[in-house]
Ligand binder design. Structure first.
Ligand SMILES: NC(=O)C1=CN([C@@H]2O[C@H](COP(=O)(O)OP(=O)(O)OC[C@H]3O[C@@H](n4cnc5c(N)ncnc54)[C@H](O)[C@@H]3O)[C@@H](O)[C@H]2O)C=CC1
Ligand SMILES: CC(=O)C(=O)O
Ligand SMILES: [Mg+2]
Length: 577
């Protein structure tokens, strides 16, 4: 997919300034004529390096750091110095380094944000400073063609909860993935933290905490603060994509519904996770040779991800199998902290609004309740698995180890090839180690996890590759496709088109013993295909903002993709800075 040589870039910065701007800095790769033109001859050692040589040196330095978190901080520094080198190094070692800059290691970096802090990145919008929000916003965005904002209020970072201002880490990591895997020009995206305080006691009591050390603002004040930010995005960058990440469950769906008609808004935990899980399930039912509507789904953890997955699967079932929405709803059993979500819990503050469509009838559970003592009306996962005999079990609960041996064995007793997706991140929060699920089901389970895991062993001795069912395998393509088509919305049809394209690339389609999803090492090629499908769908549905035709999508996508290669620079006082 590599492009032919790019035209020279006219740059207005020189001397120390160009060396300290990661977008332009090439370090020892500045050529002799560039060193002369930009006042760098005396500022750099003699030898001119190629990008490959720089990658080798950076890799050696990285290898010398022994722990993942130290590698993460090294890479963070490299990103602050030289974007081309940073992305080229990551691209060359994608499978090894994505876990270092994303889940699981980024969770540790975020949890220690204030202690590891070296340099700011992105846009910090803080509740008590909202009077200057427009000014602060324009300071970083004026004159820039920002096409993507990735924002978080950090209430539910991965599975590690409220991380206050450290949430900038997830916005930044998700932005990096957009570039690395989706081909997004990093100068056209901005990571944003919406610091509305934190309810994390450890952070509130930490004298080194760098965020606003107050309890979280909620209700009307919160909504107004978020709205102020969204309106700035709409006013100054009407064609941008606004990506919401790791908001708390009480706000995530609400904000998505509020803004999705008005702007191209995307909630990754709801829609991205729904899309990648749909693709994974489509691949798994290809192996079991059954239809979506023939599955019985147990979803453990009915928060943003759980509900996003449920709705995505339900909608796909209606579209692909032609059943009614009402009938499709009956294929799901959702559990949350209070156990199975059923009628008796409704009205007691135990069922969130979005879940009401999926309430199970109490009368179905009379026999199970009879086996419990008088006050015990908690219907847990094992009860549900034994009675429902699910074909699919999905975990997005943050409850480590919830899929016990008993649960997994009960599931395997109820169907031939149980589809088990413990999706909670980071790795330590996984509902079941896939190796155990594989052993307990004698290699019958079809497995995928949210963070990377090593292969399991099939009874034949063959490796079973554990697919990584993480929204990062699809959201860069969804976002890139939407931006490419300048779509006014990220529609459900665009998301389904992306998920179908991803599913069509699954290794398990060719070999049922292979992984349920493509390897992360192939994520750039896979996301390119997803982006093409998404843009084609937007054009077909008449919601794209471009003049060109569906047949041109592929070519346009190639032209728009950013690649980590050095361009030749020409000094020009009116050039870029
Ligand atoms: N693989 C992937 O692509 C993704 C994975 N996730 C992971 O899924 C998990 C949940 O994320 P979100 O949905 O964003 O969080 P969330 O906070 O919106 O949802 C978590 C839900 O689990 C419930 N829960 C907590 N303890 C439980 C228990 N013991 N039993 C049953 N339910 C319980 C909570 O009440 C809540 O409703 C996290 O670990 C996150 O990292 C989230 C998004 C994408
Ligand atoms: C992957 C992701 O978005 C999460 O764990 O929250
Ligand atoms: Mg997330």
């Amino acid at each position: 997919m590599s492009k032919s040589r790019l035209p020279s870039l006219r740059v207005a910065l020189r001397g120390d300034t160009i060396l300290t701007r990661p977008r332009f800095n090439k370090g020892t790769a500045f050529t002799v004529p560039e060193r002369k033109a930009f006042g760098l001859t005396g500022r750099l050692p003699y030898r001119v390096n190629s990008l490959d040589e720089q990658i080798d040196r950076a890799w050696n330095q990285l290898e010398a750091r022994e722990t993942p978190i130290r590698k993460n901080t090294f890479l963070q520094s490299l990103k602050d110095q030289n974007w081309v080198l940073y992305y080229a190094l990551l691209k060359k070692n994608l499978r090894e380094l994505v876990p270092v800059i994303y889940t699981p290691t980024e969770a540790e970096a975020i949890a220690n944000y204030s202690h590891l802090f070296r340099r700011s990145e992105g846009l910090y919008l803080t509740f008590p400073q909202q009077d200057s929000m427009e000014e602060d916003f324009l300071e970083q965005t004026k004159g820039r063609d920002i096409q993507l904002f990735v924002c978080s209020d950090a209430e539910a970072i991965l599975g590690i909860g409220d991380q206050g201002v450290g949430g900038i880490g997830i916005s930044a990591a998700k932005s990096v993935i957009y570039t690395l895997i989706g081909g997004m020009d990093p100068s056209k995206s901005l990571a944003v933290t919406l610091d509305v305080g934190t309810d994390n006691e450890d952070l509130l009591n930490d004298s080194l905490y760098v965020g606003w050390p107050q309890r979280r603002v909620r209700g009307k004040e919160y909504d107004e603060f978020i709205d102020k930010f969204v309106q700035l995005v709409r006013k100054y960058h009407p064609h941008s994509l606004l990506h919401f990440e790791d908001f708390g469950v009480s706000n995530a769906q609400r904000l998505l519904s509020r803004y999705r008609e008005a702007h191209s808004v995307f909630n990754d935990d709801i829609q991205g996770t729904g899309a990648v899980t749909l693709a994974c399930i489509m691949s798994a039912i290809g192996v079991t040779k059954s239809k979506l509507s023939e599955q019985r789904f147990v979803i453990y953890g009915a928060g943003s991800a759980g509900l996003g997955i449920t709705k995505q699967l339900r909608d796909a079932m209606v579209t692909t199998d032609g059943i009614s929405e009402q009938e499709a709803n009956t294929k799901f059993w959702l559990l949350d902290k209070f156990g199975l979500i059923r009628e008796a819990l409704d009205g007691k503050g135990k069922v969130r609004d979005g879940l009401k469509e999926f309430l199970r009838k109490d009368e179905e559970w009379v026999d199970v309740l009879e086996t419990k003592n008088k006050d015990g009306d908690y219907i847990g996962l094992l009860d549900v698995v034994k009675k429902v005999k699910p074909t699919v079990l999905i975990g997005c609960s943050t409850h480590a180890g919830a899929f016990t041996k008993e649960v997994v064995e009960a599931m395997a007793a109820g169907c031939d090839r149980p589809i088990i997706l413990p999706l909670s991140n980071p790795s330590r929060l996984v509902e079941v180690d896939p190796k155990d699920a594989n052993d307990w089901t004698h290699g019958k389970a079809l497995l995928a996890t949210g963070s990377p895991f090593p292969p399991a062993k099939m009874p034949s001795g063959k490796d079973y590759i554990i697919a990584e069912c993480n929204n990062a395998l699809i959201y860069p393509g969804l976002g890139f496709g939407s931006m490419l088509a300048q779509s006014r919305q990220m529609s459900d049809r665009m998301i389904i088109a992306g998920a179908q394209r991803l599913a069509s690339l699954s290794p398990a389609l060719k070999d049922p013993d292979d992984a349920l999803l493509p390897d992360f090492g192939e994520a750039p090629e896979v996301n390119f295909e997803v982006a093409v499908a998404v843009a084609e769908q937007a054009i077909e549905d008449g919601i794209a903002g471009v003049e060109w035709e569906k047949e041109q999508v592929r070519e346009r996508a190639k032209e728009m993709m950013w690649e980590p290669v050095y361009r030749d620079y020409v000094f020009d006082v009116d050039g870029e800075k």
